[in-house]
Structure formats: C-alpha cells, structure tokens
Write a new protein. Structure first.
Lengths: 306, 359
C-alpha cells in the first residue's frame, strides 16, 4: 500500500466524512456536556456556564462515592466471572476442529443480533418467580417428592411441605447475572483472537519438557494470551461500569449503579449540570483505566511480535 | 505526471461532490408556501393511553394522519422538550408538569374557539388551579394512585399505606412506584401530612421510614407494577388505577383500593408545546378527542376516568359505576392533587430516594 503522503488529496477526501461525523456528532456534544458540568441551573430549563466546581464537589459526596464504589464492585465482579467462564470457552473454540470453529464463534456472536432490551426481558422471563428456571426446579422437586412418596417417606416432608421458589430476580444476583450474560461475548472474542495467534508448538514443547498441564497453562498459555486477557477485561469492565438498563430492569431496591443516578439527574431531578459532572467523573476513570493499559502493554510490543 | 493526476481527480471529485449536494437537497423537508399545514399531526402520548380505533377514526373524519410516539413518564416528556421541541404537536403531561411547563414558558395558549367540544366537559373540569381559565391545557383523563392487590394472597383488604411503608407482614411481596416525588408524597400522606409538604424534616422522616422498610420491598417498579401483580411476583403494588383495572380484566383475583389515609388525584392534560409544526391540526385532534363518542371509545378501552361528561353519559354501566374508576365522594375528599413545588424540591426528593436506594 502506498503511503498516503503521495496522494494527500485522496487521503483528505476519504477521511473528511468520518472526521466531520466524529466532530459533529461525538466531540461537539461531548464538549457541550463538559461545559454543562461547570454550569448552574438557571430557572427550570436554563443552564448558566459559570465555571463553577460545585457540581464536581457534590459528585464527590460520600453518598455518590459509595455508589461509584458499588458500581466498580459490580463491574469488577462481572469482569472476573466473565474471565473465568470465558477463558475455557475461548480455549475450547481454539482447540476445536477447524470446521466447527465458525459455528462455535457464531453461537457466541448470535446474541448480539438481538437487542439488549429484549435479551434483558428474556432474562426476566427466565429468572422470575414463575419463570423457566423456577418452573424447572419445581418440576424436579415434584419428581423427587413423588419418588420419596413412592418409597414411603412422603409423610416426612423431607424436601419441605411446598416448593419454595428461589428469589432470583430483583436483587443484586440478578444484576450480576444479567451483566455477565450481556458481556460474555465481549470477553470471549478478544481471548479467542489472542489464543488463536498463539503458537501451539510452545505448548507441545512445554509438555515434552515435563511440565504438568496446569503448569503449562499458567506459565505458557496465560502469559502468551495476556494481551487478549487485558483487552477482554477492558472491553468488559468499561461498559459494565456504565450499564443502567440491566440494574434498572433486573435489580431490586438495592441495586442502584452510578449510571442510574446519572439518568435520574437528567430526568426526574432535572439537574443537568450535576448529571454532566457525574458522567465526566466516570469518563475520567475510564480514561485512567485505558491509560493504565497503554502503560502496561508498552513493554509487551516485543512479545506480540515474536 | 503528478499534476495531471491531481487535475483528473479534482474534476471527478468535484462532480461527485455536486452530486452528493444535489442528493442532499432532495431529502430536505419540503416547506409548503401556503398557510395550509400538511395533513399530519405528531402526537406524543403515554403507552396504552388511546382508544383502539381513535387515531384511525380521526384520520377517516378529517384526512389528517396521526403519528404517535410513546413516552414512559413525565420526566421523559419534560427532558425531551426541555432543549427545544423536536417536532411534537400534541403532548399529554400530568397536572403538576403542566404547571411546570407553563412556568418555563413551554406551552402555546389554546384557541378555545377551535375546540367547540369543550362544552362536553364536566363542570369540575372547566377550570383548574394549575391552569386558570384552562388557557394552556384541556383535561384528557383523571384518576387516582392506590394499591392494587391479589385478594387470595391477603387476609384483608389492604386499605392503608401502612402495608407498603411501615409493615413487614407482606415482606418480599410489595412493590412501589419508582418516581421519587410520588413515593415521598404517599409517604407523607401515610404520616398524616399534606401531600405537597416541602419541609425537609418531613421528607427526612419519610426517607428514614423507607430505609427501614426497604428489606421488605421487592422492587421499585417504573411502570410495570401491574405486570408484577399479574405474574405473581408481588401481592401488593402502588399503581395508577387504570393500570390495575387493565390487569383486573385478565385476572379476577385482583382488586384495587384507595387507602384510607388518602392518596393522589391526578389529571392528564392535552397541551400544545411551543414550536409545534402543526398547531391547527393539533387543535382538531383535541376537538376530536373531546367528542362524546370518541371520548367514550377511549374511556371504555383504557379504563381511566374521563372528565368528558358527555362521553361518560354514553358509556356502559360497568364503566360508569365502577368505584375504582369513579371513586365515591368520601374517597375523593381524602385525595389531593400534586402541585409543582419548584426545582429545589425536585433535588431534595431525588437525593432522598438516592439515599434510600444506596442505604
């Protein structure tokens, strides 16, 4: 491919539409919200840009910091579970026969083709008191109870008098479950990409030289796939941190994440400057995480090229 | 050679650019040159809040097409219109939001001469405290907020807010609405205080009561409390009467009651926001909705109380005499309407509920 420097006009012609789009529909609105975060409410709908730091000061109130911490905790837990579940899945796809790999990848990507809202409603249908999971468990319970009655132990009520459905919805469990469900493909795909690039002969060498399977995994596979692990974690953590739909629909009175608070500032509280300040605090944290990642992978460029 | 390359590209890219501009121009909205509005009206309405055939009937009667968009709550409506009207002609805010929009100068005064069906309205609705002289709004539906419940799961009629706010009897089987203002207002009613109290001390009391009650509350349902009731997730829920009535049709075991401490009486109104592209068509739609027969069709379909006396007269008995739709006078005496209490109050209740949910 020729260097673009030879045909600057072509370069500018091609890059102008996306640059304009980015400028007009991303940077300008973002800049507006950034300005709002330094503003004050004027009447009901007005916002005065007074360059005040009062909104940021209020955002650092213990009440909101506590919600930030809870959001970090949820997002971190989600990322960890996704990693623990996603790594075996990615490994399985990598070592599957070549003709099965596209099918398996399709199965992972297929949920993306359905809207997030619909997937979350589907989870409600699965997890609620008279949902599929509880109905299935009730069926198993009744079967077991019937068996016991057959054996003659029915009167003892060993399994309890009545099936008590599990409280799987409208609590923090449901929120984390929902977040993991939604973000799992984000973790599996970068992991698969990294594992695919890995030279399998390293594994053979390691096993030949006497290392156990576990040792091979920890000392050879994991370090080689580290770039994929880091990408996967970041792509999972950041959206999970900012998710508001899942806690809204699946969560209980306890499951308020920072994005829900931001949403209420823009709607019921009608306090856009404060909402903007909270959003930007979230954004600064995101930038920090990304900068951390760039810093950490700085030295690894050599390893990737190998 | 470089120079020739550049000229050839310049001419080609210039022609391509002109083609793109020409294509762009054809997609711009066509502005008629006459006074006639195009035969369209953009209606921004609540979900399940219009009759089954109303919009089709309106189009058949006047030839004007109705495009209806849906919103889930007043805050969404307000947030959408705050920074300028995105093109809606007719909106349906609740009474306290009508007040707020009037203060914020977001509404267009209605031309009563274009709406002769105003004569159909009941006496009580010809004027309103939140909109003197009905200058900016006309009533659409009114109703109450109370408790929907499953009869077989409870041993008595839950006619007090206590079961939702201050008791662990039905722990894990309770749902409340999620709107901060509504939760606080009902809590104040339970404590025997006026619904529109703004004293931070009182709001703190409600907040603390809610924090104590939170372990027993299953969910702060945004607008689907009636679905939770129907599917058996909860046995008691704070909800609008019309929503509960709609699920009562599907399940005989459900019922609705207004607690004895009182509750909220609300009124949804038809308004025209500033910057509406088709105000004349909007007036025509308002007039059609206030027609006796169209009003009856809407009321019998969505099962909310209609302020349209002529429509009510035409309606079936099951609707007219339903105490959940038209509560008896003693109940109405206990109900209060919400007024717009200023932006500081909004911030106060929002923070209170954020604290409740974070506790």
């Amino acid at each position: 491919m020729d260097s673009w420097r030879k045909f600057p006009l072509v370069f500018w012609l091609f890059s102008l539409p996306p640059t304009l789009w980015l400028l007009l529909f991303f940077l300008v609105p973002l800049g507006l919200i950034w300005l709002f975060s330094f503003g004050e409410k004027q009447g009901i709908v007005g916002i005065d840009i007074t360059w005040t730091l009062a909104n940021y000061a209020r955002a650092l109130d213990p009440l909101y910091l506590q919600i930030f911490v809870k959001s970090f905790w949820f997002a971190g837990l989600t990322t960890l579970i996704c990693l623990l579940v996603g790594f075996p899945v990615a490994l399985a796809i990598t070592f599957a026969p070549a003709r099965w790999r596209p099918v398996l990848l399709l199965l992972v990507i297929l949920p993306f083709w359905t809207n997030l809202l619909i997937r979350t409603y589907a989870l409600i249908a699965v997890l609620r008191t008279r949902g599929f999971l509880n109905d299935g468990l009730e069926w198993t319970w009744e079967g077991a109870n019937a068996l016991l009655t057959l054996v003659g132990l029915g009167d003892l009520n060993l399994l309890g008098e009545r099936f008590q459905p599990f409280e799987l919805l409208y609590n923090n469990f449901a929120v984390v479950f929902g977040l993991v469900y939604v973000h799992l493909p984000f973790m599996v795909l970068p992991l698969y990409a990294a594992l695919d690039r890995m030279d399998k002969s390293y594994l053979e060498a390691s096993l030949d030289l006497g290392a156990s399977q576990l040792r091979t995994f920890l000392s050879v596979v994991a370090p080689l796939a580290m770039a994929g692990i880091v990408s996967g974690c970041i792509i999972t953590f950041i959206p999970a941190l900012g998710s508001f739909l899942t806690p809204d629909l699946l969560g209980g009175p306890d499951s308020q994440m920072i994005a829900n608070v931001i949403e209420s500032q823009f709607k019921s509280a009608n306090d856009w400057p404060f909402g903007a300040a909270l959003s930007f605090l979230l954004m600064y944290v995101t930038f920090f995480v990304l900068a951390l990642r760039a810093f950490m992978t700085r030295g690894r460029a050599g390893l990737d090229a190998a | 050679m470089k120079k020739r390359h550049m000229t050839a590209l310049s001419r080609r890219s210039f022609l391509a650019g002109m083609g793109a501009v020409a294509a762009g121009i054809t997609f711009m909205p066509r502005r008629g040159f006459g006074q006639e509005e195009e035969k369209l009206v953009n209606f921004y309405n609540w979900d399940t809040y219009i009759g089954e055939t109303t919009l089709g009937d309106f189009q058949a009667a006047t030839g004007i097409e109705v495009k209806m968009d849906l919103f889930a709550d007043n805050d969404e409506l307000f947030a959408k219109l705050r920074e300028g009207n995105p093109g809606y002609d007719l909106i349906v805010p609740t009474n306290d939001y009508v007040e707020r929009m009037i203060v914020a100068d977001m509404l267009v005064p209605l031309d009563h001469s274009a709406i002769p069906n105003i004569e159909n309205l009941g006496e009580a609705f010809r004027d309103a405290e939140f909109d003197p002289g009905r200058k900016y709004s006309l009533p659409y539906m009114w109703g109450t907020i109370g408790i929907g419940y499953r009869k077989s799961a409870l041993d008595e009629v839950p006619d007090s807010w206590k079961w939702l706010y201050d008791s662990d009897k039905y722990s894990g089987r309770i749902a409340l609405l999620s709107d901060a203002g509504t939760i606080i207002q009902m809590g104040l009613k339970y404590l025997g205080q006026p619904l529109n109290a703004t004293d931070p001390e009182l709001i703190k009391q409600v907040e603390e009561m809610l924090i104590r009650q939170k372990p027993h509350i299953k969910s702060f349902a945004e607008d689907n409390g009636q679905d939770l009731l129907l599917s058996g997730e909860v046995d008691l829920t704070m909800e609008w009467n019309g929503d509960i009535l709609q699920v009562m049709e599907e399940d005989d075991d459900l019922d609705y009651v207004v607690p004895k401490e009182g509750g909220l009486i609300w009124q949804d109104c038809l308004c025209i926001p500033k910057g509406a592209p088709h105000p004349q068509n909007a007036h025509a739609l308002i007039n059609f909705i206030l027609d006796a027969e169209a009003g009856r069709d809407i009321a019998e379909f969505i099962y909310y109380a209609t302020p349209n006396a002529a429509a009510r007269a035409l309606a079936e008995d099951a609707y007219k005499s339903n105490p959940a739709i038209f509560p008896p006078d003693e109940t109405i005496a206990m109900l209060e309407a919400s007024i717009y209490k200023g932006e500081d109050y909004q911030r106060l209740v929002d923070e209170a509920i954020t604290r409740v949910r974070a506790a």
